[in-house]
Design a protein around this ligand. Sequence first.
Ligand code: ARG
Length: 409
Amino acid sequence: MTSRVVLAYSGGLDTSVAIGWIAEETGAEVIAVAADVGQGGEDLEVIRQRALECGAVESVVLDAKAEYAEEYCVPALQANALYMDAYPLVSALSRPLIVKHLARVALDLGADTVAHGCTGKGNDQVRFEVGLAALAPDIRVIAPVRDSGMTRDKAIAFAEDKGLPIDQSKRSPYSIDQNLWGRAVETGFLEDPWNAPIEDLYSYTSDPATAGAPDELTISFTAGVPTAVDGVAMAPLALVEELNRRAGAQGVGRLDMVEDRLIGIKSREVYEAPAAVALIAAHRELQAMTAERDLARFTRTVQQRWTELVYDGLWFSPLKRALDTFLLEANATVTGDIRLRLSAGTAVVTGRRSQASLYDYGLATYDSADTFDQGLAKGFVELWGLPSRIAARRDARLSSRAHGSERLG
Ligand code: ARG
């Protein structure tokens, strides 16, 4: 029996060429799988047909937008996931979903190998292969661009030679990856980190400098899941799309950063993620109001670790799964409304209210409604500082450890 390879297919030049390339190199039948994670652009049916025209024996396309919103974007929001305090994991988030479907199709259609079109320099190869290792540990992986010399020039020559239906004129000078949660732009003139991004790079956001009048909106959350905008209930997919529109119109969520890739390279990346950045600002603030202090502090550590695991391709790892459980529990009280002001590239929280609020006006106020017993503070501060005072006296006693006197000059 001819062996079968399942290829992660995007519809672009590299993976279109990879269909015939893999067939020629291995003698296997190629099954193309493409997932719509909200990247926009071409119709799924057009992509499905192109894979067949390029020689795939089967071509599977799936609309995974709602699944992506609910099972990937929402957990990332609940984790306030910003890698290096900035990047909302756009590409890192979509790969595990794609991997899940690749593994399923491979098992359903009797393929023993999965193929992807990643290079050897990025994070996505790790996310594909480590994800597959976790879901289908016996499946083999091939990567023609990385492992069998399928360079861009050779890919173009191959496409011309075989008359493949690929429109070269539509090719961008950048490497772009985009989905519902945002958009990543790399390479080209951006490889010089001193070069400023140009307006042409962006498509999810308008120029913040020329944005119109500020926009104000209220986002409602239930247990850390966004459920409504301005009182209108929406499923996560529609809600994220709505926020991409409204925050995008104000130029919210543009990033320009040097990023630490898992494989050790520092790379210059430009992102735009209007909905992700606005939603995380809102969620973070509601969590600040509703999570007990120690839970909130520890949750920030967990969120950072969760984010790094996902960035590093470990979505399906045991630690990530355990942290998911923690984060669900930590989000249980994150219910309420956040008012956001979107204006000239910023998303600023201007109001918050919640039935689960721990904010106590009587304790916080400085006016006559004050219910806080200030007398209690005196003893608390005394005891809180006690270890420091004892250590300082000891240091003064031992001249070799006279930190206290050193500090005082
Ligand atoms: N550096 C980002 C990440 O690792 C974006 C990767 C984008 N991928 C691409 N093929 N352009 O998540």
